[in-house]
Design a protein around this ligand. Structure first.
Ligand code: AOF
Ligand code: ZN
Length: 345
């Protein structure tokens, strides 16, 4: 019997790849599963296509059945611990037990209160369980859903475009365009993968942004995030954010915690904060951000309109420490993905 867990890395890599076929947005995770024999050959594949549809494990079992192959004695390799609960669909741990698989290999534990501990159910039924295979890769790929579910609030991405001296607008308030076309296309592509885009009232009044996800030819992507306005200022008038391209809500509050709780209740797991500096700074000040995306353009603007307002950093030891997770050229701009440095803030 194979006990060398590194042998499961290749099928797990395939399962991680399959997971990406599912939507990155929404309440459910991206999950992939493969069924392998004792020679680690993949006999069937499955992935989760979004809330209300078969889980990856069940999809893989169905694909196997369609080929007329018996699951008895096989190994299921799944990117997430099989669920233990009856939600919109039945528990996968039980489905695997009933199928008669001999072994279940997964990458990361399910953080859900009701859905977790599928591994215990499997072990109790005499199935061998191997966890942690390619855990680092699965954590990285699934970071949005995993973080949101561990924290019980939406994953918060802050995004801005700035000149190389960190300015997001000129003295007169104009900001079109700081980043180049490649950066803007990248932003639109990423917008289609989030549940909500949030801006402050001031951004609506000053910039009148549409905040939709559009293809380079101007066409709307199929999935549009919810547009969220945060702040007590009343917004009346014909602003583009109210057009019928996507849904829009205005939380007339300054409470970020309150807004995030309401968004969570609506099923939002990933919120992307697009500005302006006042709102983005508040998220940073409160420690409520998980990821920063910055498009830095090769220009100097100078002046007062910095990307961040006062963060309460009085001395260098109070600076908010980040780490760069990704840095690359995007057209003429630099794309940076940074996250708070763990244990430092
Ligand atoms: C998925 N897809 O492939 C796996 C999931 O409401 P339900 O029944 O769809 O259950 C969703 C929960 O099931 C989800 O939050 C996660 O904890 C667990 N596993 N979910 O959507 C899958 N394996
Ligand atoms: Zn499941």
């Amino acid at each position: 019997m194979p006990t060398e867990t590194t042998a499961y890395e290749a099928p797990m890599r395939r399962a991680l790849e399959l997971a990406l076929n599912g939507p990155a947005y929404g309440v459910n995770p991206q999950v992939g599963a493969v069924l392998v024999n004792d020679n680690f050959e993949i006999l069937a594949e499955g992935w989760h296509m979004g809330a209300g549809t078969d889980h990856a494990e069940v999809a893989a079992l169905k694909a196997l059945a369609a080929k007329g192959i018996s699951p008895v004695g096989l190994t299921a390799v799944v990117t997430l611990e099989p669920c233990n609960h009856t939600g919109r669909t039945g528990p996968c741990a039980l489905a695997l037990v009933e199928a008669g698989v001999a072994r279940v290999v997964f990458a990361v534990a399910d953080p859900g209160e009701a859905s977790a501990r599928g591994a215990d159910t499997l072990r109790a039924a005499g199935i061998e369980v191997v966890d942690g295979v390619l855990a680092t890769e699965a954590e990285e790929q699934g970071r949005v859903w995993l973080t949101a579910n561990r924290l019980g609030r939406p994953f918060v991405t802050l995004k801005w475009a700035a000149s190389i001296d960190g300015r997001s607008a000129a003295e007169d308030g104009t900001s079109k365009w700081i980043s180049g076309p490649e950066s803007r296309a990248d932003t639109h592509l990423r917008r289609t993968q989030v549940d909500a885009i949030l801006v402050g009232t001031n951004t609506v009044l000053v910039d009148d942004p549409e905040l939709t996800a559009r293809k380079p030819n101007g066409e709307l992507f199929e999935h549009q995030p919810l547009r969220v306005i945060l702040g007590e200022t009343k917004i009346e008038g014909n602003y583009r954010i109210f057009n019928d391209a996507a849904e829009t809500v205005h939380y007339e509050t300054r409470s970020i915690h309150g807004a995030l709780a309401e968004l969570w209740a609506r099923g939002v797991r990933h919120v992307w904060v697009e500005g302006g500096p006042k709102v983005a700074s508040k998220f940073v000040k409160m420690g409520l951000f998980d990821e920063l995306l910055v498009y830095q353009a090769p220009m100097l603007i100078g002046g007062e309109r910095t990307s961040m307002r006062n963060l309460g950093v009085e001395t260098m030891s109070e600076a908010i420490a980040l780490e760069f997770n990704e840095v690359r050229l995007l057209g003429n701009d630099i794309f940076i993905r940074a996250t708070p440095l763990k244990g430092a803030n």
